[in-house]
Unconditional design. Structure first.
Length: 94
């Protein structure tokens, strides 16, 4: 695996693991666009809906789905060889 790819992959996974979901609550579209790249990496999906009520009032709702932290931890552990070490230790015990 190329060193640059591995470093980028580790950076991506680390961003997901360390993301604070509370940092994304109540953000406007403009604020989302201006997020730092590290924060943008954590977002899996954004869904923006507008609801128009009979009164003419328009409500804009932004739903943000972040990448799964548990899956990111598992992927990081796999990439750094954590499971290989664990399996080797288990096999030595037999």
């Amino acid at each position: 695996m190329k060193k640059e790819y591995k470093e980028e992959s580790l950076r991506f996974l680390n961003s997901i693991i360390n993301a604070n979901p509370l940092d994304f609550i109540g953000l406007s579209s403009e604020e989302l666009e201006n997020l730092p790249d590290e924060s943008k990496l954590c977002i899996e999906n954004i869904k923006i809906t507008e609801t128009t009520y009979q009164s003419g009032r328009v409500k804009k709702t932004i739903n943000i789905k972040l990448f799964d932290k548990i899956k990111a931890i598992e992927a990081l552990n796999k990439q750094i060889g954590f499971y290989k070490l664990s399996n080797k230790e288990i096999n030595n015990g037999k």
